[in-house]
Design a protein around this ligand. Structure first.
Ligand SMILES: Cc1cc2nc3c(=O)[nH]c(=O)nc-3n(C[C@H](O)[C@H](O)[C@H](O)COP(=O)(O)OP(=O)(O)OC[C@H]3O[C@@H](n4cnc5c(N)ncnc54)[C@H](O)[C@@H]3O)c2cc1C
Length: 419
């Protein structure tokens, strides 16, 4: 029986602890907060979209960084395994739009309670208010060919106490929503152990735009639009769906997804265009406008805007098209009409930054995957040291996939500790 210390009582830490205890180890979980699963509590707007019931191929597709690394982890503890785990542990679930899985109760607290109950039943000892400040190792030479340089001997707590163990699972989380406890300290622990940590940046995060007209659209939500984002002439991203204007820029599903692919270029200046009418070609739109113009020749242009666009866009839209809103329709020039079509197909914005870690759903970057054996989650340099969850250089789109990464990597690490 091996002695295992899990650092962090979030999703990946609790699942690691359960799997390590199941594998017959003596497991202690240390959490700096006053309670477990503070981040789980706020997931899915308090409902916790705890996994996604799509085919496993689609789960891989949803991983943004280092999907191949997830092969063993996802196949060892699949999304179906996660659904079974929670159901068998007494938490019924339901599947919603986009195969998103939620507890039937709609309470994220049920996910936390289920994990707590499971840890208790398997004899995991949990200590709250316990911050781990150092991972202790000693030189290790198993034989001349040994790949390890050091091995785990224990952890030091903030109060100076030392706890001995044979294995440590680092499950400190990333750097976003720091009030939940994941404040980036895991990267420091990892670096001190000689592990490479890639640059970290906010992902699944709202975006800041430059133009003064965007805040006028605050609160406006657009459905069935498409967005294209460019770095110079290079198209970085294109997506179709729903988005939202805010007082600082843009947010909503397609913007959050876009952020995961463009965050590395920010801060900077990326041109973005919204196609407000993706189902219609420019020619079709022009015909549509001509029809409207014909039927309303003596009216002011502003009176027909609600026929084609959300009224809230009216003045911004007409400004961009270079038309005074009081212009009578029969005096609108061909050029002005073309401008209208152009703005509808390419509503322009400049993205200059993200809203940062405090509004980011996940952290992109982290402990480099080259440091980790993907079939066990053990580090290659330090024997007995495992790294799991968001602390790793892994992130995925919304839909329950980030928690699936936490469950799968946690389970794989815990179940790999067999002495
Ligand atoms: C607002 C929001 C909504 C989200 N919604 C969803 C969703 O619906 N579905 C989904 O799949 N994903 C969602 N996510 C992402 C998901 O919550 C995370 O990817 C996931 O929780 C990461 O799990 P983790 O165990 O790696 O880290 P965390 O859950 O962050 O856990 C890390 C834990 O370690 C503790 N800790 C850190 N350092 C120490 C230390 N030195 N000593 C002791 N303890 C320490 C922290 O206090 C924390 O409790 C959401 C994220 C946010 C911010």
């Amino acid at each position: 029986m091996s002695k295992v210390i899990v650092v962090g009582g979030g999703a990946s830490g609790m699942m690691s602890a359960i799997a390590a205890a199941d594998a017959g180890n003596e497991v202690i979980l240390l959490e700096s907060n006053e309670k477990l699963g503070k981040k789980i509590y706020i997931t899915g707007k308090g409902r916790c979209n705890f996994t996604n019931a799509s085919d496993i191929e689609d789960v891989f597709e949803a991983v943004v960084s280092n999907k191949k690394f997830m092969y063993s982890a996802f196949y060892t503890f699949t999304n179906s395994d996660v659904l079974d785990f929670f159901e068998k542990a007494g938490m019924p679930y339901k599947i919603e739009r986009g195969n998103r899985a939620f507890p039937v109760s709609d309470h994220s607290s049920d996910v936390i309670k289920t994990l707590e109950k499971s840890m208790k039943s398997k004899g995991v000892k949990v200590f709250l208010h316990t911050f781990v400040s150092e991972i202790l190792t000693e030189d290790y030479f198993e034989n001349e060919k040994s790949k390890y340089i050091r091995k785990i001997i224990g952890v030091r707590l903030k109060n100076g106490d030392v706890l001995n163990c044979d294995n440590v699972i680092l499950a400190n989380g990333g750097n976003s929503y720091q009030t939940t406890g994941s404040d980036g300290n895991g990267y420091k622990l990892a670096k001190k152990l000689g592990l490479k940590v890639t640059d970290i940046r906010p992902a699944l995060v709202p975006l800041v735009t430059k133009e003064g007209y965007i805040p006028f659209l605050q609160g406006l939500s657009l459905k069935n639009v498409s967005i294209s984002i460019f770095n110079g002439n290079k198209k970085l991203y294109e997506d179709f769906g729903e988005m939202l204007f805010t007082h600082f820029g843009i947010s909503g599903p397609i913007v959050l997804s876009a952020s995961s692919y463009i965050s590395k270029y920010l801060p900077g200046e990326l041109k973005a265009y919204i196609d407000l009418k993706p189902a219609l070609s420019a020619e079709q739109l022009d015909k549509r406008l001509l029809r409207e113009f014909d039927e309303n020749q003596n009216k002011q242009i502003k009176s027909i805007i609600p026929h084609i666009l959300p009224n809230k866009m009216s003045s911004v839209f007409l400004d961009l098209a270079g038309i005074d809103e009081n212009t009578v329709i029969n005096s609108i020039t061909r050029q002005q009409r073309e401008n209208m079509v152009n703005v509808m197909k390419h509503f322009p914005m400049t993205i200059i930054d993200t809203r940062g870690f405090k509004e980011a759903i996940v952290t992109q970057g982290g402990v480099g995957i080259k440091e980790i054996n993907p079939s066990t989650m053990e580090t290659k340099k330090v024997k007995g040291l495992y790294v799991v969850g968001e602390l790793l250089d892994l992130d995925a789109l919304t839909g329950g996939f980030n928690l699936q990464i936490a469950w799968s990597t946690g389970y794989l690490a815990g179940s790999s500790i067999i002495d």
